[in-house]
Design a protein around this ligand. Structure first.
Ligand code: HEC
Ligand code: HEC
Ligand code: HEC
Ligand code: HEC
Length: 434
């Protein structure tokens, strides 16, 4: 699967160098696995448990998960990163004494559960351990490996449903985009933190896999595909974005938290002539300070597949949100909450669904059409366009991800990004596929 995304490593590196509080575990507090004690990585890691070097032949799971995590997965190193020079510079720029003891950093770079949920063998210095994602093991450690224990039993005992796309999306993005408890502020980014971007399917493909999807896996778990993950990713990011916007506005602070807005709305050269296409005028008012709404706009396209009217409502809601940004805070807030309800309706439309080959083909065509119309205007938009097309290519039988190489190259230089070229390339791809 990773080979579909070969180009992506360089995108990660190139972007990292460009622009460059807590209640529960790594996700929203009402999720499963959120109240239990976290026993610590050492509890999972023994050689008779998940600490084998070679994958086991005699067990449904590979049992070398700890080995893969500790040797290849950067989550294992997430705490150590806070001690390096880069982190120390960020900390110094922010006036923090030490990144490795600053809550502002620990919330995302460790399994930062409250002290009462830290077991005897739990160490923050283990970084993002098994229980950051799978939930505190207190209630299921003893039962989860029994020969008669099903996955459903484990879920009932409080293990997190890490195979379920919407759960995955919310869980991973709680750190990879932030949530109300973990925030990557504009100050952190201006101090040197990489700009956070996320798309579930690609990030999952880039995480060294410690599970094997085979017939046995599919029997035990309902494994979703790339497209379902891509849809879930945009649903979850839209939800989170609207909640955070509404919450932020509710605080009535004088200066807005700039990380909630589109970075490239401010950070770009001014002298590029008339950038706006006719289609775009219908989407966003000229010169408005644009919230960072790329997931929501992607959702407005995705939902067309199942409910064109709802897609229209979402798009209009988003546009009216932009217009409201110049009006009263309470107006803005209520529009954001209204839009969130429509996102919830969209989530219902896609809940537990597998998308057919026709669905995927239709999504791909719509996406290219909108892109050719100039709907993907900023760098962060074009990035999500590329990631979406990649996820679709992983599952559309007639498409290979190579097809998007030219589009990918347009993302090489964030500073010299030209939206017109993205529209032209999308138009070319569209004609080619007809
Ligand atoms: C909202 C969660 C969040 C917060 C808060 C956060 N980080 Fe990060 N940080 C991340 C994620 C996610 C990445 C990986 C980004 C990627 O590659 O997509 C990262 C990457 C980094 C990197 C680059 C590591 C590398 O090797 O590429 C450094 C350095 C870093 N963070 C330091 C800090 C410091 C210092 C703080 C506190 C001031 C902090 N982070 C706060 C989530 C966060
Ligand atoms: C960053 C999040 C994350 C971390 C950290 C993590 N996992 Fe996972 N794990 C996942 C995801 C995602 C899957 C794939 C979906 C699934 O089957 O639940 C998975 C799958 C698994 C599976 C299921 C394999 C199967 O065939 O059913 C096991 C077992 C597992 N992880 C154990 C571990 C252990 C042990 C650790 C710590 C050494 C760990 N995980 C750390 C996210 C994580
Ligand atoms: C508790 C917070 C947290 C959670 C939950 C989390 N991550 Fe991460 N992730 C990070 C941080 C912090 C880093 C950067 C670590 C470093 O560079 O040392 C990172 C790094 C990564 C990287 C490497 C990025 C790069 O630039 O090389 C990938 C891929 C990734 N995460 C995918 C995922 C996926 C997929 C999930 C959900 C299954 C997930 N993460 C869940 C915090 C988290
Ligand atoms: C509303 C406008 C606005 C938005 C939106 C915005 N910024 Fe900024 N940014 C600024 C201003 C103003 C400065 C300070 C410029 C200076 O110091 O010269 C700044 C500074 C920075 C710097 C430090 C630049 C330097 O030379 O020191 C970085 C990095 C940065 N922003 C990244 C981001 C990222 C990433 C985003 C999106 C998540 C973002 N900004 C969103 C206005 C914005």
């Amino acid at each position: 699967m990773v080979h579909h995304r070969t180009g992506f490593g360089s995108l990660l590196t190139c972007l990292a160098t460009a622009l460059a509080v807590l209640a529960g575990g790594a996700w929203a507090t009402d999720e499963p696995g959120e109240q239990q004690v976290h026993l610590g990585v050492a509890t999972c890691a023994s050689s008779t448990c998940h600490g084998r070097v070679e994958a086991a032949e005699d067990s449904p799971v590979a049992l070398n998960e700890y080995f893969i995590w500790s040797k290849y997965d950067s989550h294992a190193n997430a705490f150590e990163v806070l001690k390096d020079e880069w982190s120390q510079r960020i900390a110094a720029n922010m006036g923090l004494e030490n990144a490795a003891s600053a809550e502002a950093c620990l919330v995302c770079h460790t399994d930062y559960v409250p002290a009462r949920q830290r077991g005897e063998r739990f160490h923050l210095s283990d970084g993002i351990g098994c229980e950051s994602c799978h939930g505190g093991a207190e209630t299921w450690i003893d039962s989860h490996y029994g020969p008669d224990t099903s996955h459903a039993d484990n879920l009932r005992q409080g293990m997190a449903p890490t195979e379920e796309p919407l759960f995955q999306a919310r869980m991973c993005q709680s750190c990879h985009l932030g949530d109300d408890e973990r925030q990557i502020t504009h100050e952190m980014m201006a101090a040197g933190h990489p700009r956070l971007r996320f798309e579930l399917d690609t990030w999952l493909a880039n995480m060294p896999p410690h599970h094997v999807v085979d017939a046995d896996y599919s029997r035990r778990k309902n494994d979703a595909g790339s497209v379902e993950r891509w849809v879930a990713s945009n649903l979850a990011a839209s939800e989170e974005y609207l909640s955070r916007l509404a919450d932020h506005i509710g605080r009535n602070s004088l200066s807005p938290e700039l990380s909630l807005f589109d970075c490239h709305a401010c950070h770009r050269p001014m002298d590029t002539g008339i950038r706006r296409s006719a289609g775009e005028r219908r989407l966003i008012q000229a010169g408005s300070l644009r919230p960072n709404d790329h997931a929501l706009r992607m959702l407005g396209i995705i939902v067309e597949l199942r409910d064109p009217d709802l897609a229209q409502v979402i798009r209009r809601g988003n546009r009216s949100l932009h217009a409201a940004a110049a009006q009263t805070a309470s107006d803005f807030r209520s529009r954001a909450m209204q839009l969130r309800e429509n996102v919830a309706l969209a989530a219902e439309l896609f809940r537990g669904q597998r998308l057919s080959a026709d669905d995927r083909h239709s999504l791909e065509t719509t996406l290219l059409q909108r892109a050719a119309d100039g709907w993907f205007r900023d760098y962060a938009d074009a990035e999500q366009l590329f990631l979406g097309l990649q996820s679709l290519a992983a599952q559309v039988p007639t498409t290979t991800s190579r097809r998007y190489d030219a589009l990918f190259r347009l993302l090489d230089d964030e500073q010299a990004f030209e939206p017109g070229k993205v529209a032209a390339e999308a138009g070319r791809l569209l004609r080619e596929s007809r």
